[in-house]
Design a protein around this ligand. Structure first.
Ligand SMILES: C[S@@+](CC[C@H](N)C(=O)[O-])C[C@H]1O[C@@H](n2cnc3c(N)ncnc32)[C@H](O)[C@@H]1O
Length: 247
């Protein structure tokens, strides 16, 4: 593996492998350039997108189905994407007109630059806000969201080794990021706020987060497995979801 530096949305980042060296094609994306569902950045240049790819695009359609089915006819006021990266999930919600505004938090500036570029390319700058933040640290304390979504880092140690991204993308050591999220999130929720999170079956189960959720006055209202497995040798990984609300 030869680390090299590339410019990624205005900032130099070091990566190990380029997308084409991995033979990655992502047919699901290539066959689905519907701007309603995904950030237009993915389709343009995957090598450029790769350093910021958190794979949330894999569940963007499921998220739209969930929101449309669970809250029929509802348009949210402001949707926060936690650990949003390039915000494929939030842009899908915005594209489907299920929220008036989106607010994207992440600790990695190139991802937020990509979010702003997507907003400019789609003429929705006035409906998109970004915040460089270590979890909630820099999120304005007066913010109240009625929808919070996320596909955060899914593993609590380095069992899953991807060579082309930083650990930050997939490892939450000891679940500290999740615990800090649940300890603080109620300060940013309207009373009727819904939280919808997508996790990986190889990394966690509902029991992993149950106590963190109930200790903070929250309840799991719905959860389940998403039956589209994603093949990562040598296992078949499933996404699972949970919808969390105030008690
Ligand atoms: C699995 S990726 C998901 C990104 C995006 N949701 C997607 O689906 O493409 C996890 C994201 O969490 C971000 N992240 C990791 N640690 C963080 C922290 N302490 N505060 C905010 N974001 C963090 C990473 O930069 C990365 O963008």
């Amino acid at each position: 593996m030869r680390p090299r530096t590339i410019e990624c949305y205005g900032i130099d980042v070091t990566i190990n492998v380029l997308a084409e060296e991995y033979g990655l094609t992502f047919p699901a994306i290539e066959n689905d350039p519907d701007p309603k569902y995904c950030s237009n950045l993915i389709d343009k240049n995957y090598s450029l997108y790769m350093p910021i790819d958190g794979c949330g695009w894999q569940v963007r359609k499921v998220l739209i189905e969930h929101i449309s089915t669970w809250y029929p006819g509802k348009q949210f006021n402001e949707c926060f994407e936690w650990c949003g990266g390039p915000a494929t999930l939030a842009f899908s919600v915005l594209g489907a007109n299920l929220t008036k505004k989106i607010f994207v938090g992440d600790i990695f500036q190139p991802s937020l630059n990509a979010v702003n570029e997507t907003a400019r390319n789609n003429s929705v700058v006035d409906r998109v806000e970004t915040c460089l933040s270590d979890n909630f640290t820099n999120i304005p304390s007066d913010k109240k969201f009625d929808l919070i979504i996320g596909a955060p880092p899914h593993f609590n140690n380095a069992t899953f080794s991807q060579n082309f991204v930083d650990d930050r993308f997939y490892i939450d050591p000891g679940w500290t990021l999740h615990r800090d999220f649940f300890n603080n999130v109620t300060n940013y929720m309207t009373d009727d706020c819904k939280i919808i999170l997508y996790e990986a079956s190889w990394g966690s189960a509902i029991e992993t987060f149950q106590d963190m959720i109930s200790d903070n006055g929250l309840v799991i209202n719905r959860y389940g497995i998403i039956n589209d497995g994603v093949e990562w040798e040598p296992i078949l990984n499933y996404w699972w979801y949970m919808e969390i609300i105030k008690k």
